[in-house]
Design a binder for this molecule. Structure first.
Ligand code: ADP
Ligand code: F6P
Length: 499
């Protein structure tokens, strides 16, 4: 088994099995914030990525992608149901997002969570060089740091949570709260998106485990675990370069024509998730149409909603409700050839996303709760001419950084409508001033700055930082690699090309 000095461990590998338009087999970058953040960073580094390839059945042996080794962990149908769809996405996900949907608790799900975390820890132990650095990602794998430390104490272990970490009153609902906290404390450094999350964690560790904790350090046995906020970002330069490409600019012009040359285009790009506030946004838009504040010929809304976690009941119900509402709004306010909402559920390559960002006069990013929200950052990075208004929820981690956006509370329907109206009617001078400030921030605080600050803190000396990729040679994010001998069985939980 080949070993690496840097191992990234995440539930999902950075590529998904997709079908190219010509019918060829293609592995395409998986959508989702975690992959968008880490994939450009690791390209051409001697790292190994341990993760799941989507689907169930034996783990396919994947070739390296952009020089990064893919080490696949297999999930059985029961693991998929009870670990990924169950404990990760029907217990932890809603609980960590303010319980906007009711978290469910089942003992069988907890068993699967332990089992799958154990499998990830074992797979990581196999591929990590002696004394190497392991970087564990996100809520699916909170037990991995502790499990890994037990049999590989030589490793330096980092853990980063991409989603919010909830306040004590919510986390205390978890029947296995102590085990989850202990699992994370197996790391040398526990990173969060926001300072408040690190504070919540320190409070919980004191309360549940009775360990001495501040918002920066926790004493565990004879070790010190450091904690802190490291807001994740994007490859700002990559998105800027992509958006500035002549073919992308031409595509944006064409998209505008195809939309009927409206005066203003509003865009939203979300995974279809109840945390993203899609229903609230549609309601606000529909009320603005009803009062005549927004007119169909003048303005169009493009809503990209990529289906996600499609076998989880709450997600199925959400999709039905959104599609019913889009149908109702188009039926009520659209005209022949002029729908009020252009609704798209397909995956797009990076160039097409960049063209969409370029065509959007207003970008509406209004989640009810979001760890960060990289779509908002991508939009800003793509606005190379300093135009475009970002309507942003106060409850997205991004709001702490992009405070010049038009900030709204998505729970407040009147506030949401007012914010949308303000963004649509803002003067060009105001829009440009705000956009320039946000772009300057993202120029400094890009994905490499994030990784540098995290890995320096983890590595205490920063030797690792020099090994990260500094250039991007594949901005479209498409990797054409031969299909592996054992292809994973397609599952509704994978992102599927073409819908
Ligand atoms: P989350 O991690 O909850 O999905 P983020 O906004 O942080 O939310 O990240 C979503 C990422 O997925 C972004 O990089 C975005 O460009 C990408 N994405 C979203 N929808 C699509 C789509 N339809 N096709 C391709 N990529 C998408
Ligand atoms: O940001 C949270 C997250 O779970 C990430 O781990 C991932 O990038 C994204 O949402 C997509 O989710 P999934 O892997 O379940 O499709």
């Amino acid at each position: 088994m080949r070993q690496s000095s840097l191992v990234v461990v995440a539930n999902r590998l950075p590529i998904d099995d997709s079908q190219a338009p010509d019918g060829a087999c293609e592995w395409r970058r998986s959508p989702g914030g975690l992959v968008s953040a880490l994939h450009p960073l690791l390209r051409h580094t001697p790292a190994t990525w341990v993760g799941w390839a989507g689907g169930t059945g034996p783990a396919p042996a994947l070739p390296d992608v952009d020089g990064v080794r893919m080490h696949t962990v297999a999930l059985s149908p029961e693991d998929l149901r009870d670990h990924y769809e169950g404990f990760a996405n029907a217990t932890l996900w809603p609980l960590y997002h303010d319980a906007v949907e009711q978290p469910q608790h089942h003992r069988r799900w907890w068993e699967a969570y332990q089992r799958v975390n154990q499998r990830f820890a074992e797979a990581t132990a196999e591929v990590a060089e002696p004394g190497g650095v392991v970087w564990v990602q996100d809520y699916h794998l909170q037990l991995v740091p502790g499990l890994l430390r037990a049999f590989r104490p030589d490793l330096r272990i980092g853990f980063f949570l991409h989603v919010p970490f909830p306040p004590p009153e919510l986390f205390m609902q978890l029947p296995r709260r102590a085990e989850l906290l202990r699992g994370m404390l197996g790391a040398d450094l526990v990173g969060f998106q926001r300072v408040q999350a690190a504070h919540n964690f320190a409070q919980l560790v004191t309360r549940v485990l009775e360990l001495p904790a501040t918002d920066r350090r926790i004493g565990v046995d004879d070790r010190v675990v450091r904690i802190g906020a490291f807001p994740v970002s994007i490859d700002t330069a990559e998105m800027g370069a992509l958006a500035a490409r002549p073919d992308v600019a031409a595509r944006a012009r064409r998209l505008r024509q195809d939309l009927g040359d409206p005066r203003q285009v509003i865009l939203s790009v979300d995974r279809m998730d109840y945390t993203k506030g899609i229903e609230q946004r549609l309601k606000a838009y529909s009320e603005l149409l009803a009062t005549g504040d927004v007119k169909v010929r003048d303005t169009v809304l493009v809503q990209v909603a990529m289906p996600s976690r499609e076998r989880v009941g709450q997600y199925q119900i959400l999709r039905e409700r959104i599609e019913r509402e889009v149908g109702r709004i188009n039926g009520e306010f659209g005209r022949v050839g002029e729908p009020a909402i252009h609704y798209l559920t397909q995956p797009f390559d990076r160039a097409e996303l960049a063209a969409l960002y370029r065509v959007a006069d207003v970008m509406a990013v209004t989640p009810l709760r979001d760890g960060m929200n990289l779509v908002a950052k991508e939009y800003v990075a793509a606005r190379v001419d300093d135009t475009g208004a970002l309507l942003l929820s106060e409850f997205a981690g991004t709001a702490a950084e992009l405070s010049q956006a038009y900030l709204v509370n998505p729970h407040d329907l009147e506030g949401l409508k007012q914010g949308l109206r303000a963004a649509l009617r803002a003067s060009p001078a105001d829009v440009t001033q705000r956009m320039r400030a946000m772009r300057a921030h993202l120029h400094e605080h890009d994905i490499r700055a994030w990784a540098r600050s995290y890995l320096r803190a983890l590595d205490e000396g920063g030797a690792l930082v020099g090994r990260l990729s500094s250039t991007d040679t594949n901005p479209d994010g498409v990797a054409r690699v031969p299909r592996p001998a054992t292809a994973p069985t397609a599952s509704p939980a994978t992102h599927q090309a073409g819908g």
